[in-house]
Ligand binder design. Structure first.
Ligand SMILES: Nc1ncnc2c1ncn2[C@@H]1O[C@H](COP(=O)(O)OP(=O)(O)OP(=O)(O)O)[C@@H](O)[C@H]1O
Ligand SMILES: O=P(O)(O)O[C@@H]1[C@H](O)[C@H](O)[C@@H](OP(=O)(O)O)[C@H](OP(=O)(O)O)[C@H]1O
Length: 341
């Protein structure tokens, strides 16, 4: 089979008109120069969507089912909000409805889902899910994929898969419940600070990191030495805390090998630094809270979302997802420490 795939090798994948490789993809399954059967994410021309191939059947089905159940929960919630489902007035909310509204609340933390479609790539048909591009509208998108949890193997994993997963990124996973499969960041060029460079790091870099290395990677990613990075860190923290609130409430699912995708626009960060340098330091701060008042549009250039639901499982015995929450808390602790440095 591998031999057959190699017969079709091309320099770049053959994709349908109007689509291209997702240039900002930093991790996950990608196109491979020597394997025409390997498919990565695609993007469309300016519409603001990405297309994720379903990949291994069991993973693809789980992810698709998850997005479909989320869409159903959102629709149910919208009806309930409109009063159409509330003929008996208040007080009739059963467990099913509670679960549905809890699930619907996750939508704010997940890319919008636009269904599935089939596309021919490298002369083979693949099924893709169509999602909101979290980097849409960003001139200089900085993107980090942080995989959450000490345990990144699911309940159906073979002993072999479990062993492989436990050996990878071992220092970060065991200590932090986090690992770093990839990121890209725009930074000022050290020699010519008015110029910008793009730095990209992949899974091999992530696997080499210990705890301190992980913290340094985050400082690099958040452009911590930039004068406006506090605004970025505050907004990222707000969004991470909001995700933590959801996880503290939910007993529906356990998210194995799922990631947080952190995206921001370096161009906006630079604009903020320039405008900050022109105004008094106290502008934009609450007198009593000592926290910056974020520009109303900060959510448009700073987005933290849960992605990759290929290994999502119903929560056993309705237990909280302690594995995910441990990793998420570590990430929050690291970002808080950067803010208070
Ligand atoms: N909605 C999105 N918007 C923008 N980029 C995205 C989006 N979803 C995924 N990506 C990009 O694609 C990468 C891979 O996504 P994802 O983790 O879902 O794929 P995967 O192949 O299932 O990964 P893994 O190998 O960890 O199972 C992410 O790191 C990110 O760069
Ligand atoms: O971090 P790495 O080294 O890239 O390792 C990959 C990562 O664990 C993916 O989550 C996994 O895909 P699944 O989530 O789909 O299992 C993939 O398995 P695969 O090689 O069997 O696709 C691994 O290779």
């Amino acid at each position: 089979m591998a031999k057959k795939a190699q017969e079709k090798v091309t320099a770049s994948p053959i994709v349908p008109m109007g689509y291209s490789q997702l240039l900002t993809q930093v991790a996950g399954h990608t196109f491979e120069a020597t394997n025409a059967a390997a498919v990565g994410l695609l993007q469309d021309a300016g519409e603001g969507c990405v297309f994720k191939p379903l990949g291994k059947p069991e993973c693809g089905v789980r992810e698709l089912n998850f997005y479909e159940s989320l869409a159903a929960a959102i629709a149910t919630q919208a009806k309930a909000d409109a009063g159409a489902n509330n003929l008996n007035g208040a007080g009739g909310e059963g467990k099913g409805e509670t679960d549905q509204s809890l699930l619907a609340a996750l939508a704010a933390h997940v890319p919008r889902y636009y269904g599935q479609l089939k596309l021919v790539v490298n002369q083979r048909e693949h099924t893709f899910i169509k999602l909101e591009d979290l980097t849409h509208g960003m001139a200089k998108p900085c993107v980090m994929d942080v995989k959450i949890g000490r345990r990144t193997w699911d309940p159906l994993s073979s002993l072999e898969k479990r062993t492989i997963e436990e050996q990878k990124y071992a220092l970060c996973k065991q200590n932090l419940g986090l690992c770093l499969p990839g990121f890209q960041v725009y930074c000022p060029d050290e020699e010519q600070p008015e110029q910008t460079v793009l730095i990209r790091k992949g899974r091999d870099y992530g696997k080499s990191l210990d705890v301190m290395g992980f913290q340094k990677a985050l400082a690099l990613f958040f452009n911590a030495s930039c004068s406006s990075s506090n605004v970025l860190l505050h907004e990222v923290l707000n969004q991470l805390r909001s995700i933590r609130t959801w996880f503290k409430q939910q007993r529906l699912f356990h998210f194995y090998a799922s990631s947080l995708l952190i995206c921001y626009d370096f161009e906006q960060l630079q604009k903020l630094a320039t405008s900050n340098s022109k105004v008094s330091l106290h502008n934009g701060f609450h007198a009593d809270a000592a926290e910056p008042v974020l520009p109303t549009k900060s959510k448009e250039w700073i987005r933290v979302r849960c992605i990759d639901f290929a290994h999502i499982f119903p929560a056993e015995d309705a237990q909280p997802d302690h594995n995910y929450m441990f990793g998420l808390q570590s990430l929050i602790d690291i970002v808080e420490a950067m803010l208070h440095r």
